[in-house]
Design a protein around this ligand. Structure first.
Ligand SMILES: Nc1ncnc2c1ncn2[C@@H]1O[C@H](COP(=O)(O)OP(=O)(O)O)[C@@H](O)[C@H]1O
Ligand SMILES: [Mg+2]
Length: 311
């Protein structure tokens, strides 16, 4: 069975979706309460399974640019409906790994992935797999908000049109995506205006709406807040928290407090010169529940990094 032809319903994850007695959000429409700066999300949100329930599975993944091996031997499982953060010093391969998860690296000349990356157990690099469909199911939001030079409405409607979704009422699709991206109230009266008139934070939420509009299951985010001010950043972090009820989110961040605030699990990468080639090749050092990573890391290199001793 192919997972790249039709959208499957979000599978059961065991996470509580309905509000519960200890849900502290204060009901529909109420803004989420301010969070302390670095209280790990896993502590306040929900019990995490010991092991992630797989949605994307990397086995012995190496990624090359030409002859240069940028990343070596990554084996890890990304959990369904979890937020996973990838952290590590600049150049350790976080973006390279992230882009490999939805075949965005295909667009870079010379990039090559070996090993196996599967989504719902299907090899996304398999010969019968359409990369466009992979990117629809596993969407991506970039560092710098990159709306098209079109209206707010057209930015959101673009994806469903291009991928040929069976759309009965585009207005509904646009409204729903903008609502989910927590932008609807701010733009509903100016949908025909240029997206460039929005603030940076609004543009980034528009890009998230654009990604959501094609009904992905996974959203990859590469430093989505690094071009935003602290208030816009907090807004996106709250939004990620909300979106994680329905989507799986994998975020690259250079901001460790952000990883601590938003991520259920955190993976720490570093780069070291490889013995055979001398290349500075990225590797996965440690991957665990965020709280554990930040309070009691198992590897000295993780500890040095999170305590600011290098990186
Ligand atoms: N398009 C590319 N072509 C060649 N080398 C690249 C390309 N993108 C990244 N690299 C190299 O791959 C390594 C990992 O880069 P990157 O994934 O961007 O790291 P990070 O996101 O952790 O900062 C670096 O050595 C970088 O120079
Ligand atoms: Mg990067």
């Amino acid at each position: 069975m192919s997972f790249f032809s039709t959208r499957t319903a979000a599978p059961e994850t065991g996470r509580t979706m309905a509000p519960t007695a200890d849900d502290d959000r204060g009901g529909p429409g109420a803004p989420p309460p301010a969070r302390p700066l670095a209280q790990p999300r896993g502590d306040q949100r929900h019990p995490l399974p010991d092991k992630p329930i797989p949605i994307i599975d990397c086995e012995n993944v190496d990624i090359y640019y030409g002859k240069f091996r940028a990343v070596s031997d990554v084996t890890m499982v990304f959990g369904r409906n979890e937020i996973t953060a990838l952290i590590g010093p600049s150049g350790c391969g976080k973006s390279t790994v992230l882009r490999s998860l939805n075949r965005m690296n295909d667009l870079i000349p010379e990039a090559r992935v070996t090993g196996r990356i599967s989504y719902h157990e299907q090899d996304i690099y398999g010969s019968d797999v359409d990369p466009i469909e992979v990117r629809r199911r596993i969407g991506m939001v970039f560092q710098k908000p990159n709306p098209f030079p079109k209206s707010i409405y057209a930015n959101v409607a673009y994806g469903p049109k291009v991928v040929g979704m069976d759309v009965k009422n585009m207005d509904d699709i646009v409204e729903e995506a903008l609502t989910r991206a927590a932008l609807w109230d701010e733009v509903k009266d100016k949908l025909k205006q240029s997206a460039y008139g929005l603030s940076g934070g609004q543009q980034q939420r528009l890009c998230i709406a654009r990604t959501i509009a094609v009904q992905p299951e996974v959203i990859l985010m590469d430093e989505p807040c690094s071009a935003l001010d602290p208030i816009a950043t907090a807004r996106i972090e709250d939004l990620m928290d909300e979106l994680s009820q329905e989507y799986t989110i994998i975020i690259v961040t250079h901001n460790m407090q952000q990883a601590a605030r938003v991520a259920d699990r955190t993976a720490f990468f570093t780069a070291r010169p490889s013995e055979d080639t001398g290349d500075r090749t990225g590797q996965l050092v440690e991957y665990d529940i965020t709280r554990k990573m930040f309070s009691n890391p198992g590897d000295k290199r993780t500890e040095d990094y999170i305590s600011g001793r290098f990186g």
